[in-house]
Structures are given as structure tokens and as C-alpha cells.
Design a protein around this ligand. Structure first.
Ligand code: AMP
Ligand code: MN
Ligand code: MN
Ligand code: MN
Length: 278
């Protein structure tokens, strides 16, 4: 039987709700053989995750999901097999977290103008940091019964057309790729279908991504339907990129997304793990 890989997951160190210990235990129970922890803009959870993966006999891939910008569009780049001790990478991530802090305050101000008071203290409690993500704001809005669910939180407040939308000032894509490559990692374009780009624009992005040192693209991910998976596999082939797979797991409360589920790759794909399993 072939191994189960899941190379895109989150813990409490960004917007996931499990600890590394709980994530590794769940991966074990879902029969995942190899897992990458890829929290947003931080490597804080990697040491603990490595420890618990060893306990459960799971192959561990140190990773990070970096928030980047390309032509004014927010792009997520997953870095796999990074050396988390790399200084340039850590300085870059710290800069992004400072931008998150700045943005958190602006989102809180906008929410207060919309009549939702005293947001920042609760966000810091929920996120454990003021460098929060929009997921944390969404959870707070649900807790306070301002909205019914995540969907409504993003539609009404946090998404592009929402009342409290603030765009993130992330790092330039070229810089992000440089940090990942210099830290010995493999840069992977996360969930390509999520950017709502035309085919032409996606081709421009991938051409530059590849030229700047990009190595892979997520083909199998929970945010792709069958058609989107097929398109991503075609992009991988066209640009000679390795294919990655990842659930983008955040929480056990979402029954549609779980560790290692529905992540099969089309036959045309070169799996990214052949880079380190050789
Ligand atoms: P941020 O990086 O702070 O802008 O937050 C982005 C995170 O918000 C993503 O990683 C997702 O986990 C979550 N997210 C974005 N859009 C949605 C949405 N429409 N519904 C639920 N979660 C979302
Ligand atoms: Mn997230
Ligand atoms: Mn993402
Ligand atoms: Mn993610």
C-alpha cells in the first residue's frame, strides 16, 4: 500500500486549533505516514511537532506557509524541508508578523466603527499574539454571535468586500522564495485555485515563480474540486513543477477537511517527496 502524505497543516501557533501534540496524534489515527506542519508565517510549532512525530513514528517535514504579494495579489507559498534556524528566513517571518500586528489593529478599529467593541484584548487571548490571522477575527465574531459561521464572517466583515477588510502588506514573492531557498527549503505554490486568477495570469505567475526558484505546486488540496485538481496537474506538467498534496487542515470541527483525506495525485504528476526520499 502506498504511503499517505499530508504536506499542509496548521496548529495553534497560527490559525489551527490543535496543539502539535494533538495534531500528531490525529495524524497517527488517520494513518498519515508523512506530515508537514506549515503554520502561517511562523516556525514556532516545529520543534514540538518533530518530537511528537518521532513518538508516533510519522515522517516529519518542517514547513511554513508564507504570506506573499505578487502584483498586488496575496499569494501563499508553502516552504517544505526548511531549516528553521536560518536567520534570513526568521527575520523575514518576523517582519511579516509585524505586518500582521499592524493589520490586526486596523481590523479591530474597523470592527469598532461597525459597532463591535473591545476587539483587540479578545483577539490576543484567542490567538495568543497580536499578530493574528483573519481566522481569529472570524472566530471572535462567531463567539460574540455577530455572525453565524466562518462564511458569514468573511462575507460580511473580513473578506475583500467586507466592512472590516484590511489588505495585508506581505513580503514580495521574489523575497519569500529567496528566504525559503536559502533556508534549504522547497517553495510550493499553495492552493492555486484560491486566487481566482485567469488562466493567462496563472501562467504569468507560474512562469515567474519557476524562474525565481519555485519548485512545486499544490495539486491535491481540500480547496480544490476535481476540475481544479486536474488544472493544477496540468500547470505542474507545463511548468515542470513537482506536485504537492496537503489538506490545509485547521480544525476537527470542519468535517469536510481532515488529515490525509482525498489527496491522491493524477498519474502525470511527479510527487514533491521524491526530492527528499531519493
Ligand atoms: P490572513 O492570512 O490573516 O489573511 O488569513 C487567511 C486565513 O483565513 C486563511 O489561511 C484561511 O484559514 C482563512 N480564510 C480565508 N478566507 C476564508 C473564508 N472565506 N472562509 C473561511 N476561512 C477563510
Ligand atoms: Mn489559515
Ligand atoms: Mn493558505
Ligand atoms: Mn494553510
Amino acid at each position: 500500500m502506498s504511503s499517505i502524505y499530508d504536506l499542509h497543516t496548521h496548529t495553534i501557533f497560527s490559525d489551527g486549533i490543535l496543539t502539535p501534540e494533538e495534531l500528531a496524534l490525529r495524524a497517527h489515527s488517520k494513518k498519515v505516514d508523512c506530515i508537514a506542519l506549515t503554520d502561517h508565517d511562523t516556525t514556532q510549532g516545529l520543534a514540538a511537532m518533530r518530537h511528537y512525530c518521532v513518538l508516533h513514528n510519522i515522517q516529519f517535514v518542517p514547513g511554513v506557509e508564507v504570506s506573499a504579494v505578487w502584483r498586488n495579489i496575496t499569494i501563499h507559498v508553502v516552504g517544505l524541508q526548511i531549516d528553521e534556524k536560518n536567520v534570513a528566513l526568521q527575520q523575514g517571518l518576523e517582519h511579516i508578523r509585524e505586518q500582521r500586528t499592524r493589520r490586526s489593529r486596523l481590523i479591530a478599529e474597523k470592527l469598532e466603527r461597525a459597532g463591535i467593541a473591545n476587539v483587540m484584548p479578545d483577539i490576543v487571548e484567542l490567538a495568543g499574539t497580536d499578530a493574528a490571522t483573519r481566522t481569529h477575527f472570524a472566530r471572535l465574531l462567531i463567539q460574540r454571535r455577530e455572525v453565524r459561521d466562518m462564511r458569514e464572517a468573511f462575507k460580511k466583515y473580513l473578506g475583500k468586500k467586507g466592512k472590516a477588510f484590511v489588505s495585508g502588506e506581505w513580503a514580495e514573492l521574489t523575497l519569500v522564495l529567496k528566504w525559503i531557498v536559502e533556508a534549504g527549503g522547497y517553495p510550493v505554490l499553495a492552493h492555486p485555485a484560491r486566487y481566482n486568477m485567469t488562466r493567462t495570469k496563472m501562467h504569468e505567475l507560474l512562469k515567474e515563480f519557476k524562474a525565481m526558484g519555485g519548485m512545486g505546486i499544490e495539486v491535491a488540496t481540500s480547496s480544490h474540486n476535481i476540475t481544479e485538481k486536474k488544472h493544477a496537474a496540468e500547470f505542474a506538467q507545463h511548468f515542470d513543477l513537482y506536485a504537492s498534496v496537503g489538506s490545509d487542515f485547521h480544525t476537527p470541527a470542519n468535517p469536510r477537511v481532515d488529515l490525509g483525506q482525498n489527496l491522491s495525485l493524477p498519474d502525470t504528476c511527479k510527487p514533491i517527496w521524491t526530492l527528499w526520499n531519493a
